[in-house]
Design a protein around this ligand. Structure first.
Ligand code: 13P
Length: 148
């Protein structure tokens, strides 16, 4: 497939890590064409499972979600696959909420379960022909464009 190299963040809560890893292994060839980012533990497991480089941030509960949120606000991340656990409260629930909020603010693609991740990975967003709409923040600035 020709097309743009997208910047994809992958995050999973502990009860969802196996699901994310098996989804990522199934989609390894597609993921290999893009640049991957992840929170700490998720990223370590993904690198091991896929044998692909992953830019890893801190673990979610100690700031990793916030770091990915910052990258979204900087215009670096195009897509977020975040398998958060809907059945168990997390100590860092405010950070989880903040990450999802920034994804909505900056109009990036977000998948919170495997079905939506399947839709995302087969989306024209990954083909390079789709340009996502930039949010209108009035006089606020859109982040600088990435070099690549
Ligand atoms: O807690 C997380 C997301 O909220 C994920 O963090 P880890 O990838 O370090 O487990």
């Amino acid at each position: 497939m020709s097309g743009a190299r997208r910047h994809i963040a992958l995050v999973a809560h502990d009860n969802k890590k196996v699901e994310l890893l098996s989804w990522a292994a199934f989609n390894r060839d597609t993921l290999a064409r893009h640049q991957l980012y992840a929170t700490g533990t998720t990223g370590t497991m993904l690198e091991y499972e896929l044998g692909l480089p992953v830019t890893r941030f801190l673990s979610g509960p100690v700031g990793g979600d916030q770091q990915i949120g910052a990258k979204i606000a900087e215009g670096v991340i195009d897509l977020l696959i975040f398998l958060w656990d809907p059945l168990e409260p997390q100590p860092h629930d405010p950070d989880v909420r903040a990450l999802l909020r920034l994804a909505a603010v900056w109009n990036i693609g977000v998948a919170c379960n495997v079905t939506s991740a399947d839709l995302m990975i087969s989306s024209p967003l990954l083909s390079g022909f789709y340009q996502r709409a930039r949010p209108d923040f009035g006089d606020r600035d859109w982040p600088q464009q990435r070099a690549s």
